[in-house]
Design a binder for this molecule. Structure first.
Ligand code: SF4
Length: 326
């Protein structure tokens, strides 16, 4: 079966501050620097990495909310890379975004009814159908009909995120990019919103790209995981497999920092040296070499390529990960 979405060598580079768009030798921030992955219909792909690794920019580039610098996007077998204007606008019905910040993403001057039905109006849905859809959406996200005349400031953070989710489902999308949808919420509310997203996925047959920096959240919701570092993917695989047996030193370090449910279970914490380097001036060779505890001379000069590291298709980009051939 063909994947729902194929992302091939996607890049998004921004000129650094003070660099003219028209100058020849532009200094570029390589926010996304050549990522390749697929998403199957009905699955959740977790995109994880530290803040500033480029995962949100990747999500927005896939939806073409920011135009990719390079690469190819194939959706349902069709190359949509060159889609612009009306063609892209139509396609956006099928591809939606849930924002990170439920406070900033809702217009404070609009009622909940206006916010949720706005996309339906843009796509000229009949008034009666809009009303019916609104009631249904409020119901499925756990809000009541009387909430529709209220304004965003009258709701808690968790309720606002439910409103944002209802708005993103207004046009019956197939692919939803969830950009850190729970990171601005209290821990007690996070689980409720994650459970809601899982229920909605089941009910509406949704496909998710779930972006987060929290590995516990990603583990809970994802079928497959893609780990991102400085604009590149360093490991991709089935979530259960990556969490049980991470092959890239960066994934190993991230996972070693996740608290274990059993406090008596021993684990060795891998402490990463220094901060994430600037994407405007990334290290040569393996971008992770300045922080990697296993770096050797080759890592400073040669960029590792993705290779298969398990029989089930787990991939990692490290010179020392053992290649496995089916
Ligand atoms: Fe570490 Fe070298 Fe592997 Fe990069 S290639 S992750 S620096 S061991």
């Amino acid at each position: 079966m063909k994947p729902l979405l194929e992302v091939k060598n996607l890049k998004k580079h921004f000129p650094t501050k003070g660099t003219s768009l028209f100058s020849r030798n532009k200094d570029m921030v390589k926010a996304v620097d050549g990522i390749t992955f697929t998403v199957k219909a009905g699955e959740t792909l977790g995109l994880v990495g530290e803040s500033g690794c480029g995962k949100s920019t990747a999500g927005r580039s896939i939806l073409k909310l920011t135009e990719p610098t390079e690469g190819q996007l194939i959706y349902k077998g069709e190359d949509i890379t060159a889609f612009r204007g009306e063609r892209m606008r139509k396609l956006r019905q099928e591809m939606q975004l849930i924002f990170q910040d439920p406070y900033a993403s809702l217009n404070p001057r609009k009622t909940i009814e206006q916010i949720i039905t706005e996309p339906m109006k843009i796509f000229q849905m009949e008034k009666a159908a809009r009303k019916q859809k609104l009631d249904r959406l409020l119901d499925v996200v756990g809000l009541s009909s009387y909430h529709k005349s209220r304004y965003p400031h009258e709701f808690s953070g968790g309720q606002r995120q439910r409103i944002g989710i209802a708005r993103s489902l207004a046009l019956d999308p197939e692919l939803v990019i969830c950009d850190e949808p729970v990171s601005a919420l209290d821990v007690s509310i996070q689980a409720q919103v994650i459970n809601l997203l899982e229920e909605l996925q089941e009910e509406f047959k949704l496909t998710y790209i779930f972006i987060a920096h929290d590995l516990s959240v990603i583990h809970h919701i994802s079928d497959r995981v893609a780990v991102m570092y400085l604009g590149e993917l360093v490991e991709v695989g089935e979530a259960a497999e990556v969490y049980k047996s991470p092959k890239h030193p960066y994934t190993q370090a991230l996972l070693s920092a996740v608290p274990k449910a059993n406090p008596h279970q021993e684990k060795e914490r891998i402490i990463l040296k220094g901060d994430l380097p600037s994407p405007a001036n990334p290290p040569k060779g393996c971008k992770f070499h300045t922080r990697c505890p296993f770096a050797e001379a080759i890592c400073r000069s040669e960029k590792p390529t993705m290779k298969q590291v398990s029989l089930t298709g787990q991939m990692a980009a490290c010179h020392f990960a053992k290649e496995v051939v089916n």
